[in-house]
Every structure is written in structure tokens, then in C-alpha cells.
Design a protein around this ligand. Sequence first.
Ligand SMILES: [Zn+2]
Length: 299
Amino acid sequence: MKSPAKAHAPSAPYRPDRAATAAAALRTATRAAVVTRGLRKLAESTQPSWMPPRAALRKLDGDIVQAEHDGALEMARSSLQRRIRAHLDARLDLVLTDNRYTMISVRRDPSRAHYKLRLHHMFADASPAVTRAIARYVAENDPGSSRMLGDYIDEHQHRVRPRVEPRPRRLVSRGDVHDLQAIFDELNEDYFDGRIDARITWGPRTRRRRPRKSIKMGSYSLEERLIRIHRTLDRPEVPEYFVAWIVFHEMLHQVFEAPVVNGRRQFHPPEFLQAEATYARYAEAKRWERDNLELLLTY
Ligand SMILES: [Zn+2]
């Protein structure tokens, strides 16, 4: 889309005085049109006239790729550029970003005649006070404006796209010796009426064969609903009932929410420990662990 200034650029030979007069007239006319349009919009809704359409903003906060595709991004960008530019006596190139970490960045031409500004799209509907602060920050790196923008960014964190979940890694439930899925399924049947909804995998293989100080034989990730079992247990010397005991413990973490007691999250509340003790070979497993700790720590 052409800007009004370009569309009406004088085609006659350049004469500074006339060109200046024409440009001034055009500016006045454009401003009048903007004001009229603004007033009409204001009458139509409670949305401030400086703000890009709400539908466009919603698209920016939703799918920015889609917003770019159907012009909402450009609409918001040119509107914001115009509003910031109103406070600047220089050329301004604005890009709206969907960054996660950098909300504002500016490149200042040494002559201060041209600024390249990148802003997160959270600024698309920034108020006049904020757009003025952006201009001051751009032109003067003014600390007061910088603080104001910092506060604005804090208040609009929810508009920053959330971190993309890491690609789920391949799950390996069949080990060299023990089959975790089979163990899990049997426990689920015997103790939980099949109600535990989780995936299970062996942890990564490690190379070291020196004794460790401690070892985490299993873990349960609430977010991923994933049980991980340490590879140290995938050995012929480790009896299956012991592996099952570790798996059983991790399955219980899905049953018992960890309550916060005295400010600390209690992962193994008394009910958890009681349930744990219902494992058929509980005493045996405990004993085996005590007698074979050295073996387990060396992996
Ligand atoms: Zn635990």
C-alpha cells in the first residue's frame, strides 16, 4: 500500500518553496482526515482511535504467522510506526517481532537521522504515553522512558509466546534385561485398576563405571506424565521385583499430589509411604537395596 504522501507526490519540476507549501497543505489535509476517521471510530466504539483494530491485535497474540499472512501484522506495524514517528524528527523503520527474549532493540544511525527499531508485538496497542516513551528511548536512550518500557514489558509478559515444549524424546521401555512397559502394565493392573496414565522409559546410558555418591533410580515428571528409570537397574543382577518396586514408587507420584507443608513441597506424605508399603515384596525390595547399594551406585 502506498502512503498518502507518496501517492500525492508533486510531479511538477521541483521547486523548494512550492513543494514545501504543497507538502504542508498535504500534511494538514492528511492530519484532518486522520482526525475525522479517528473521531468516527471513537464514536463507533470505546476503543481509542490510536489503537489498531482489536481483531488485528487478537491475531497478533494468537498466530503471528497467520497475522502476517492476512495483513494484520502490517496493519499493526504501520499504525505503531506512525504513532512513534510522530514524536521523532528522523526516519524510522519499525519491525514487529514475536521474540521471546528481546522485546526492544534499536539501531541508531550515527547521524541520528535514521532509526531501525524492532519491537515485540505487545507494543501494537501501546498508549500514547508509551509510544512517546518509545520515541524518547529510541532517540535519547532516556532512562525514565527505559524504566517505563520495562514496566510495560513486565505487565504484558502474558503476550510473549510460551516456550515450545522440547520435542518428546524417543521412549525406550524395553531394556537389555527388563521390560519396563510390561512391569508397568502388570503393576497398573494389580495395584491401580489400570488407572495410571503415564509413559515409561529407561534413562540414557552412561559410560562411567565408577561408584557414585548417590543415584536417583527413578523419577516422575508431572508435566510429561513420564516415568524415567535409571539404566543401572537394567542388569541381570538386579531382580525384576526390585525394578518393579522402583516403578511402583514412581507410579504412586501420580496418585498423591505433593502437598506443601511449612512452605516446602512434601513429595512423600504419610499416605504416600503407607501406599508404598502395600507393595507385595516391599520388605524384600528394601533389603535387596540395602545389600546391593554398592552395585547400584556403580554404573
Ligand atoms: Zn518419590
